[in-house]
Design a protein. Structure first.
Length: 130
């Protein structure tokens, strides 16, 4: 495994921990300014501000934990793609029934001028698990 692949896997792990901790600032540091998030049935979410607003909206309503199983990382210069299987457990804080989402995710990472890899594009195909 290359150093770049290791850095991207570390980013993925850090993202999961920061999300579970509801640490918006830590998550924002892991993405590019122009990040775009694509999800089925909703318009694209563009940029850090939109992501932060979305994350803050659910923080008071649910706790989350996730598990990512990386299937493939391809690095070409300062761009990398990652295909992964993602499982997200969301537990409402109001005591209602928890839910589990599962699916594939295709992400694009970009090496920024400071040398760090950051998430630039993310398309997820998560659906409620049966």
């Amino acid at each position: 495994m290359t150093t770049d692949e290791q850095a991207i896997r570390a980013l993925i792990d850090t993202w999961a921990r920061a999300t579970a901790a509801k640490d918006v600032d830590a998550v924002l540091r892991l993405m590019t300014e122009d990040a775009v998030f694509l999800g089925a049935g909703r318009p694209p979410m563009r940029g850090k501000a939109a992501f932060a607003d979305g994350m803050r909206a659910w923080m008071g309503a649910v706790s989350m934990r996730s598990a990512t199983e990386v299937q493939e990382i391809l690095v070409d210069g300062d761009i990398a793609t990652c295909w992964a299987k993602l499982e997200v457990h969301a537990t409402p804080l109001d005591g209602s029934a928890p839910s589990v989402l599962r699916g594939d995710v295709l992400s694009v990472y970009r090496r920024e001028p400071d040398g760090a890899w950051r998430l630039a594009r993310d398309a997820n195909l998560l659906a409620l698990a049966s």
